[in-house]
Design a protein around this ligand. Sequence first.
Ligand code: AMP
Length: 288
Amino acid sequence: MSNAIVIRDKALLRARCDEARREEKRVGFIPTMGALHEGHLSLIRKARRAGADFIVVSIFVNPLQFGENEDLDQYPRTFEDDLAACEEEGVNIVFAPSPETIYAPGFESHVEVESLTLPLEGAYRPGHFRGVTTVVAKLFNMVGPSLAVFGKKDLQQALVIQRMVRDLDMPIEIVLAPTAREADGLALSSRNRYLSTEERTRGLSISRGLREAYDAFHAGERDVARLSELLRASIAPEADSIDYAEVVHKSTLKAEGDAPDDLVGIVAARFGTTRLIDNCIFAEDMRP
Ligand code: AMP
């Protein structure tokens, strides 16, 4: 297998991206943790459609965004397959640094977005978003992209990155891509491979609950508590535990908000030991 597109060194990465810019290429960047699936590949295609003609994908399982009792060691790593998929998509650079390349000894600087990281994922994964924004800011500095694509699958993450870029005046267009799903509704995730058949079937209660709340919203329901009840009624009998299953306002990620149509259903729940997250922006034309 040719590894011509793989770069592990950040000076070389910067040199290649500088060269692309000198050739007036528009650099598009897709940060990932690898174990690539069709959802990740849809982000690459989205970057191209948004005008990028030099595509950088990073593959880095970022230790800083995992809590002590989380699945850093178990996180799937499928590098050769990822590389083949990127080559197939015509990706120009796969940046696959070691943890030491990203976090040199004595590393002690972080980027933190405040209130938007407190609810939902932030409440259940303290320090997670600080790890995400820090690594994404570092990767942005290394790549210097014109645009970067993030999936709505991780909605809070995408909103947090948009806020970071706005607040810190990073000259990067953040493009959001829709959630890629299996035909039966399950949102694609690198962690789905850990679901047994029985857990996967129960996991479908998430997309079903989101669909029921979506349908109620489109039938005129705007009561956040009633929409949340609908969502939970589908998931509670099936999940082994629920971290959150709520309808909130997209602008605040809280039940309170002043734009009545700006609602999203958002969920994190466990099936066996696998934690699934998903969401649906009701006002968008994307029935889960
Ligand atoms: P990850 O490798 O899981 O950290 O994800 C890397 C990027 O892919 C993030 O922007 C995710 O939101 C996005 N992503 C993951 N799963 C999906 C999916 N099913 N549909 C669209 N984007 C996704």
